[in-house]
Each structure stands twice: as structure tokens, then as C-alpha cells.
Design a protein around this ligand. Structure first.
Ligand SMILES: [Zn+2]
Length: 210
């Protein structure tokens, strides 16, 4: 079997729901906190949306495939999470899509990543690869994005352009994806060793009782 999809729904739906909820909550809070002089979050022209979605899908698949390389099997769970996390980061466009004035991109910030990691750590237990693929997806998305972002909000709403940092961001994305796949590989290895040990112990027990 070259594709792993063990506990696919159980391991993908809770992190994705947590991600969307947090994205929308922080988007509302950070927009309410921001000075509203400029309109950086304005939605792009309709014609530019399908190419952007195609780009996000391609960027979204990349961390999952890199993680699968380290996992030594296509891991449908990490692939689904990386795709969802990369695409859903842009859910902070929703207020602009609904016609609201949007002076910042709230999810395109270090605060979003840190709070996301805290939420995932407290809600998703014993799957450290979820946090690692979330970091990879964030870095990968930022590497592919163009424009200006208030990275340090809510402490500073100054805008910065990430274009000069595309390569380090992409390298970071690949590194965290490899780590996610490797951590999951080790977790599975350990679990299968425990199962084997349990089987041997059971066999010994049943032999002893004969
Ligand atoms: Zn974006």
C-alpha cells in the first residue's frame, strides 16, 4: 500500500475546523483593531481569481508531497491538511469579498501563526505533525504571495513586502514539511513496534497458560 489514509476524516476534519474558526475570529478582531487608512485587503479582480486558486492548490499540495517523501508513503492526511491550510489562509479575504473595508490581511501575520499553533497544540493531541505541516503551509503560502502585509500586527500595523524573502520562506516550508513527515513516520514505527511487542507478549501468555 503506497497511500496512507488511516483515520483520514478523524485526523483532518478537527484541525481544518479549528483553522477556519480561528482565521475568521482573528480576522474580525484584528480588522476591528487596525487603523483603517488604507485598503490593503481589497479583493482582486474576478478574472484574477481562478489563476490564484490554481496557484494556491499547487502550492498547497507541495508541503503534503514533501512530507509524504519523509513519511515514505503518500500520506493523504498530511496532503489534505497542507492543501486546506494553504488555501484557507486566504479566508481572511472574506470581509473584503463581502464588501467590507479591509485595511490589513489579518491571517498573513506572525500572530495568526503563533495563536494557530497554540490552538492546535491544545486541541489536537498526539499528532505533532499537524503543527509542523501548519508551519510549512504558512511559510509556503507566504513564499508564493505577493503584496504587502502587516506581519507584526496587532503590535504594529506597518506594511512590509516579503518578495525578497521568497527563497528562505520556501526553504523553511520544505524543512518543516520534511519534519512533519519524519515525525509521523517515527510515530507510526513506534506504534507498530508496540503492537508487535503486544502480540509476542500475548503469544507467550497463551503458551504459558496451555
Ligand atoms: Zn495569501
Amino acid at each position: 500500500m503506497i497511500i496512507n489514509r488511516e483515520n483520514w476524516l478523524r485526523e483532518t476534519i478537527p484541525p481544518i475546523v479549528a483553522y477556519i474558526a480561528l482565521d475568521l475570529v482573528l480576522t474580525s478582531i484584528f480588522i476591528a483593531m487596525s487603523p483603517s487608512a488604507v485598503d490593503i485587503g481589497a479583493i482582486r479582480p474576478v478574472a484574477a481569481i481562478p489563476p490564484k486558486i490554481t496557484e494556491l492548490i499547487l502550492v498547497g499540495l507541495a508541503p503534503g508531497l514533501v512530507a509524504s517523501f519523509a513519511f515514505r508513503k503518500i500520506d493523504l492526511n498530511l496532503l489534505t491538511l497542507s492543501l486546506a491550510f494553504v488555501v484557507l489562509l486566504d479566508a481572511d479575504h472574506i470581509p473584503a469579498a463581502l464588501g467590507f473595508h479591509e485595511p490589513i490581511r489579518p491571517a498573513h501575520s506572525i500572530a495568526f501563526l503563533l495563536i494557530l499553533l497554540a490552538v492546535l497544540t491544545f486541541t489536537i493531541k498526539k499528532q505533532p505533525e499537524v503543527e509542523l505541516i501548519a508551519i510549512s503551509a504558512f511559510l509556503g503560502h507566504m513564499a508564493a504571495d505577493t503584496g504587502e502585509f502587516s506581519l507584526l500586527l496587532p503590535f504594529s500595523f506597518a506594511y512590509s513586502n516579503l518578495d525578497p524573502y521568497r527563497v528562505p520562506l520556501a526553504v523553511g516550508a520544505v524543512a518543516f514539511a520534511l519534519l512533519a513527515g519524519y515525525v509521523k513516520y517515527r510515530r507510526y514505527k513506534k506504534a507498530s513496534r508496540l503492537v508487535q511487542k503486544g502480540m509476542i507478549a500475548n503469544e507467550n501468555q497463551s503458551q504459558a497458560s496451555v
